[in-house]
Design a protein around this ligand. Sequence first.
Ligand code: UN1
Length: 503
Amino acid sequence: MTMTDIAEQARAVLGRLGVADPFDPDGDLVCRSPIDGHEIGRLVSHRPTEVSAAVDRAVVAFEQWRQVPAPVRGRFVRELGELLREHRDDLGTLVTIEAGKIVSEGRGEVQEMIDICDLAVGLSRQLHGLTIATERPGHRMMEQWHPLGVVGVISAFNFPVAVWSWNAALAFVCGDAVVWKPSEKTLLTALACQALAEEAGRRAGAPEGLSAVVLGAREVGEALVDDPRVPLVSATGSTRMGRQVAPRVAARLGRTLLELGGNNAAIVAPSADLDLAVRGIVFSAVGTAGQRCTSLRRVIVHESVKDDLLTRLAAAYESLPIGSPLDPATLVGPLVDEQAWAAFDAAITQATADGGVLVTGGRQAAVDGGGSYVEPAIVDMPDQTEIVRTETFAPLVYVLTYDTLEEAIALHNGVAQGLSSSIFTLDVREAETFLSAVGSDCGIANVNIGPSGAEIGGAFGGEKDTGGGRESGSDAWRNYMRRVTNTVNYSTDLPLAQGVEFA
Ligand code: UN1
């Protein structure tokens, strides 16, 4: 497929998704497809004053929206979910074009949006607090959850639409407005989501300005981060970005919800079902060309099964179809850009300089028409050196060897990041130890499943350098609301707490 075909396809899909021609040949933001590295079109950045104006409108929308009963707010998210169902393939294709995901993963990402909308609609009738026993007679104590305000969302290229929806679907039912700054690498998918949100808003009678997108580089994100009218900033991206965002928001005593880097591992124990382990490892390490925050970066394998596992993994890796993600037969699409290729290459060079042995892959893959395509790599490491402890956003997995489970868990937890983790074992003692307080230190810990590909029903996020935030399912909705504790006195007396006498 030529550059023009991809650009044309992107434009046609945008039209079907309700986005009026957004391009400006003089724009400062260049939209490219990683499929061939060529330009699709240009867009103009928002100025910081325009970000502030979007927040003004969001504040006005919020003031109306917070008065709408939560189950009625749920109708807006139900409409959004319906529109996503209707446009699943088109939006999935746009994700493929703009982020380079294979077709099945592009659609899967939109499915993840539909799933969170369903969850949020159900939650819109369940945003409940507790009733708490009071120590005072004739009193009642309870808590309520109220809408919080304008939520700033900053997202990364690798999940260009789902991460917005995890935040936005919950924020909307919680009574909040959302102003979103997407990655500069995935602007078109953001415009498409915004068009669908606006259409859902029209259908459900939601106030204008409840959902907004602001485009641009760092200054645009900073304008959101520093705006005191934005009580919550939910940011997904690198640990470096999180370290810059968190103190700025904290300085104005705002809240952050951070989803930062991962360095996810799989322990492969002597009892592991190796067929299952190989399938789990290949999907987690190679799926999305290793560009998920949950991608598998480290395999920690027991020395007794190492040779067998490596032989099987190498065979599986060598049969992976690499190519255009639009081709339904492809399993490994491109890296997002040339810098990602350079980082992959530099990491392999460093790992081999540290004594690692390249088991397979590591070269540029020959794919016609441009783009940064690589052969997924496995490097067998003598130690967990600094490069192994560093997240490289590419299909590169390091193999480390262990003798005792204690040693495996120490290696596992011996990195700064704490997002996702897994163990392949048929031994219930090992599995439960890994899941226990002395096991994995991550926010997600799995048994006989790789670390990536979480469902939306659970809380998603991790500890340490991953930033501590939890999004998506479980009680993550609470991030988007403010809790009020109420004490009501229905007696004729005024007993004071703690038995204090004041008369
Ligand atoms: C991300 O890479 O930013 O668990 C999110 C997963 C996906 C989400 C990944 N559901 O792999």
